[in-house]
Design a protein around this ligand. Structure first.
Ligand SMILES: Cc1ncc(COP(=O)(O)O)c(C=O)c1O
Length: 379
C-alpha cells in the first residue's frame, strides 16, 4: 500500500463530496443560464452552494465568485484590482506561489509600475515593520501576501497585515489556498479585499475554486464573456465542481477541530521521530513551529549529499509520495524559488511532507523509518 503525504499538492476527494456531485454529472445536466426547468434546477444548486460558502466565511453570497481554481482567482483579483483601483505600486514577498509571483511580475512590467518586496526574517516570516515602511512610502499600493506558504508552511499574521493595509489605504489580497478549509476565516472582520481558494486542497474536486471580493471593492471582470457570476466571470459554470466545493467546505468546517487535532499530532510525532532518528535533520522555514506554521505541512531539511538529493525519488520507490524542492544555488533550472529565497547558499536536501485527515500514525512511522534508512549522514 502506498502512503500519500503530499496533501499540500492536492487531497483525495471525500466520498461524501463525490456523492453530492454525482446527480449534477448525470441527471441534472442543464445549463444554469437556461431559464427553463432544467436550467433553473442547476442554477438553484449553484446559488445554494454560494450561500453555504458565504455563511461559513461570514460574508455575503454576492462576494463569492466561482473560478477554475486558485490560480484563476489570484490572477483575477490582482489584474483586475490593479486596473480598477489605479494602483501605483505592488508590494509582495519573494516566497509567494507562482500564481501570484508570476502574475505580479507580468503586471509590473506591462504597466511599468514598481514591484517592491517586503523583507523576511531568518525564519521566512514577513517583517511587519518593513511592510509598514513600504506602505508609508507607497500610497495607492496593492499588497499581496499569502496566508500560509505552501512549501514551508509559514503562517502570516493576516489580521495584523489587514489592519496595516487598511490604515494606509492599500488594497490587500491574500492567497488563502492553503488555509481554506483548514482554518476559520471570518471575512466580516478581516480587513482583506480579495482572497483565493481551490477545492482540491480540502478534499473537493480539482478545477474549481472561488474568490472573495469585498462588495465595496468590486473589480472589473478578468474573464470576459456572458453574464455569469453576476457579470464578474464569463463562462458556463462548473456545476458539479461548485456543488462539490461547497460540500467539501461544509465538511471541513464541521470536522475542523477534530481533524486539526489529529493532523497536529501526526506532525508533532514526525518532528519528534525525525529529530531522534535522523542525525543532522533540521526544518525549513518555521515549519517545525506548531504555532506559526500550517499544521498540514512539514518541510524537512537534510544534510547536503548526493544521496539525499535523490531522497524524493528513493522514497517514491519505497511507496511514499511526498514532494521536494532544493535551494537551487547551483544555478540549475529546477528547484524551489521559496527555498532559494530563504536559503540562497544552502545545498541541503528538502522533503515536504503534507498531511490530511486520512493520514494515520502508521503512515508517519513508516515514512520516518524509510527516510532514516535512506538518509546519508556525511562524516
Ligand atoms: C498557495 C497556493 N496558491 C495557489 C495555488 C494554485 O491553485 P490551483 O492549482 O487550484 O490553481 C496553489 C496550488 O498549489 C497553492 O498552493
Amino acid at each position: 500500500m502506498r502512503i500519500y503525504l503530499d496533501n499540500a499538492a492536492t487531497t483525495p476527494l471525500d466520498p461524501t463530496v463525490f456523492e453530492a456531485m454525482k446527480p449534477f454529472m448525470l441527471e441534472d445536466f442543464g445549463n444554469p443560464s437556461s431559464t427553463h426547468a432544467h436550467g433553473r434546477k442547476v442554477r438553484a444548486a449553484i446559488e445554494s452552494a454560494r450561500k453555504k460558502i458565504a455563511e461559513l466565511l461570514n460574508c455575503t453570497p454576492g462576494e463569492i465568485i466561482f473560478t477554475s481554481g486558485g490560480t484563476e482567482a489570484d490572477n483575477s483579483i490582482l489584474a483586475s484590482g490593479l486596473q480598477t483601483y489605479g494602483v501605483q505600486t505592488l508590494i509582495s514577498s519573494p516566497i509567494e506561489h507562482h500564481a501570484v509571483e508570476h502574475t505580479l511580475q507580468i503586471l509590473a512590467a506591462q504597466r511599468k509600475i514598481a514591484l517592491r518586496m517586503v523583507n523576511l526574517d531568518e525564519k521566512g516570516h514577513v517583517d511587519i515593520g518593513h511592510l509598514e515602511v513600504l506602505l508609508q512610502e507607497n500610497p495607492r499600493a496593492l499588497v499581496s501576501l499569502m496566508h500560509a506558504n505552501n512549501e514551508v508552511g509559514n503562517l502570516l499574521d493576516i489580521d495584523r497585515v489587514g489592519q496595516l493595509c487598511d490604515q494606509y489605504g492599500a488594497y490587500f489580497h491574500s492567497d488563502t489556498v492553503q488555509t481554506m478549509g483548514h482554518y476559520r476565516h471570518n471575512l466580516g472582520a478581516l480587513k482583506v479585499h480579495g482572497i483565493a481558494a481551490a477545492a482540491h486542497k480540502f478534499h473537493g474536486p480539482k478545477g474549481v475554486g472561488f474568490m472573495f471580493i469585498r462588495k465595496d471593492k468590486k473589480i472589473q471582470p478578468f474573464i470576459h464573456g456572458g453574464a455569469q457570476e453576476r457579470n464578474m466571470r464569463g463562462g458556463t459554470e462548473n456545476v458539479y465542481g461548485i456543488v462539490g466545493l461547497a460540500k467539501a467546505l461544509e465538511i471541513a468546517y464541521r470536522d475542523m477541530d477534530d481533524h486539526k487535532k489529529h493532523i497536529e499530532q501526526l506532525k508533532a510525532s514526525m518532528i519528534g521521530q525525525l529529530k531522534e532518528q535522523v542525525p543532522g535533520v533540521t526544518f525549513h522555514g518555521d515549519s517545525d513551529n506548531l504555532n506559526r506554521s500550517l499544521y498540514t505541512v512539514l518541510n524537512v531539511s537534510l544534510p547536503e549529499s548526493e544521496e539525499n538529493d535523490m531522497m524524493l525519488f528513493n522514497l517514491d520507490l519505497q511507496g511514499i509520495s511526498a514532494s521536494g524542492g532544493s535551494a537551487c544555488s547551483s544555478g540549475a533550472t529546477t528547484g524551489s524559488h521559496v527555498l532559494g529565497a530563504l536559503y540562497p547558499d544552502s545545498r541541503r536536501g528538502a522533503i515536504r511532507f503534507s498531511f490530511s485527515k486520512y493520514n494515520t500514525q502508521e503512515d508517519v512511522d513508516v515514512a520516518v523509518k524509510k527516510l532514516a534508512e535512506l538518509v546519508k549522514v556525511p562524516a
